[in-house]
Design a protein around this ligand. Structure first.
Ligand code: SF4
Ligand code: SF4
Length: 348
């Protein structure tokens, strides 16, 4: 994808034709198209390559997200950041959870080894062993201004939210591409699955609309959060965020313990009164009986393309109403956090 020209002083004219980068992003996400070429592996490994450990990845991702020129909104919020500092963690390529994903999500979901094999073959090298691979997963929390605007919206996403959805995705892909290019230059086989032609979204029998690489499931695997009633991942920084991940031929140690309960941070799932996300949904796609109805949600989100285009002059769809104005918006809900804290300090 080319570099997006950010609008500073006015809106784009005829945005459904002129927001080319937005259109490419939306179509690319569905069809696995328009991604730049994958970087080639440098087989002549430089002698002065530093050790790239967990600390290096956390620092690099944090620096990039905080200081990247693309971490900025367009008119009328020009210059405001899109994201706050990230959460970063790791999951090993031979973690058995990837086999479980094949059953839960479906056989179409790649294991880290499968996507790494694709990259290895493209570069004419042997694929590394699953035990020598790790996935780097990161959470980019959405800013307070954006969450506040979306929490005040009732039918359609707020303008800041819509910009975050589009510009945040482009930023995430840009950052990961820069890191993967750097690693490949250092002779470390790496791949960002969601910018390869293998990535496309379609309806699957088990899970409805899905992609072959779920950043959300990867982030759960890396211990970064658990799922809410609306299917978003509730993290230490809440569920209003964008997620990213990429695979590297390095052994990186996870820092967080993954909760076994995939709904550990959701009030309703923990038997406490809530379902605020259900009340926030304008099309009743969340119910106590059926949890999140992906198809109803998808229809509403798809309709938002027209609204965002007409009102915000960008080519994007989105919603996120159920991720804002809810107790899990900006952190793990207080009562759950407190009971986790008292358990870990040994109190009853
Ligand atoms: S709003 Fe309540 S029920 Fe919905 S995901 Fe968050 S904690 Fe769970
Ligand atoms: S994202 Fe889907 S489930 Fe959430 S409020 Fe919007 S339509 Fe409803």
């Amino acid at each position: 994808m080319g570099k997006r020209r950010k609008m500073e002083k006015r809106y784009r004219y005829v945005s459904f034709l002129s927001d080319i980068e937005g259109m490419k992003n939306a179509i690319g996400e569905m069809r696995g198209m328009f991604f730049p070429k994958q970087p080639l592996l440098n087989r002549d490994i430089p002698k002065d390559t530093p050790v790239l450990n967990e600390e290096w990845f956390i620092r690099t991702l944090t620096d990039k997200i905080l200081h990247h020129p693309e971490n900025g909104m367009e008119y009328p919020f020009f210059g405001e950041p899109i994201f706050d500092p990230p959460l970063v963690d790791f999951v090993r390529g031979n973690d058995l959870i990837f086999d479980q994903f094949k059953e839960i999500i479906g056989p179409h979901h790649f294991t880290p080894w499968e996507i790494m094999k694709w990259q290895a073959e493209k570069n004419g090298v042997e694929p590394p062993d699953a035990k020598d691979i790790s996935v780097v997963s990161f959470v980019m929390p959405i800013t307070r201004n954006t969450k506040k605007d979306n929490a005040a919206a009732g039918d359609w996403p707020s303008e800041r939210w819509a910009q975050t959805r589009l510009l945040g995705e482009i930023l995430s892909q840009t950052i990961v591409r820069e890191i993967v290019t750097d690693l490949m230059g250092k002779g470390i086989l790496s791949v960002s699955p969601d910018v390869t032609p293998n990535f496309n979204k379609k309806r699957y029998p088990n899970v409805g609309w899905a992609s072959p690489w779920s950043h959300r499931h990867i982030a759960y695997a890396a211990g970064l959060g658990t799922f809410g009633m609306q299917d978003f991942l509730i993290t230490e920084k809440g569920c209003a965020h964008r997620l990213g991940s990429f695979v590297v031929n390095l052994k990186l140690k996870p820092n967080r313990q993954r909760p076994e309960d995939i709904h550990a941070y959701c009030l309703h799932h923990q038997g406490k009164k809530c379902l605020r996300c259900a009340k926030r949904c304008p099309v009743n796609a969340i119910t106590a009986e059926n949890a999140h109805d992906k198809e109803t949600c998808y229809q509403k989100v798809a309709q938002s393309l027209k609204y965002c285009n007409k009102n915000y002059h960008i080519f994007i769809y989105g919603c996120g109403l159920c991720a804002t104005g809810v107790p899990c918006e900006s952190g793990i809900p207080e009562s759950i956090r407190k009971s986790m804290e008292s358990k870990s300090s040994g109190k009853k």
